[in-house]
Ligand binder design. Structure first.
Ligand code: SAM
Length: 206
């Protein structure tokens, strides 16, 4: 078992640039995870543009709320070596896959934390990326798995919690939302850019 794992790993190590496109990136992960990609993980182009906006000054600490298998953070860290990308993920399996992918790609300006985002000290982060992580509590289709409890009241609780975090942040704080319903964005955040389909939004706090 261990032999095949290390053989797989070294095979993956020689894979040419996994940041080139979504297909190449997906290849870092097992097949089941690749199948979730289109629906649950940020596309490379979106991650690249969002990370560039959030890494607006050297030394910025960027947190992905619900980092999944780590795609946003790894792409962000690859293209913005002067910033540090953090991801918090509640599912242990996904967190472990993110750590494995970080080790394979050698992106050491990326850190993954296992747990619920409500347990983090938010003073440690400057800017935030949010791919509607809480929506799984409302959506009955296309769930990542059935390992955790879902409920509409959790959706409301998480949105309110994140809203208060964002509201307490200083002027100039940057936020990117992708597929968000907007429930977590306080009015002090100004929309500075949006994709044509309005799914991707760039915000700066007044
Ligand atoms: C849509 S996926 C996005 C993954 C990643 N941010 C990306 O863009 O590729 C949302 C992730 O948020 C995680 N999540 C949802 N609620 C969370 C919470 N309260 N704390 C930590 N992670 C959470 C889910 O487990 C899921 O992996």
């Amino acid at each position: 078992m261990e032999l095949s794992t290390s053989a797989e790993l070294s095979e993956r190590l020689v894979k040419p640039n996994c940041f080139l496109n979504d297909g190449a990136f997906d290849w870092l992960y097992p097949e089941r995870i690749q199948q979730l990609s289109r629906r649950h993980w940020t596309p490379i182009g979106v991650a690249k543009k969002s990370a560039q906006f959030l890494a607006n000054e050297p030394g910025k600490r960027i947190l992905d709320i619900g980092s999944g298998i780590g795609k946003f953070c790894l792409v962000g860290g690859h293209y913005n070596p002067h910033a540090t990308f953090y991801g918090i993920e509640q599912r242990e399996e996904l967190h472990q896959l993110a750590e494995d992918a970080r080790d394979i790609t050698g992106k050491f300006n990326v850190e993954f934390i296992h747990g619920n985002f409500t347990h983090l000290d938010m003073d440690n982060y400057d800017n935030f990326y949010f791919y509607n992580a809480f929506f799984e509590n409302l959506d009955h289709q296309d769930r990542i798995d059935h390992q955790i409890a879902y409920s509409p009241s959790l959706y409301v609780y998480y949105c309110k919690y994140f809203y208060r975090v964002l509201d307490a942040k200083p002027s100039g704080t940057r936020l990117v939302t992708f597929h968000s319903l907007g429930d977590e964005v306080p009015p002090a955040y100004h929309l500075v850019e949006s994709s044509i389909d309005t799914l991707l939004k760039f915000w700066i706090k007044k």
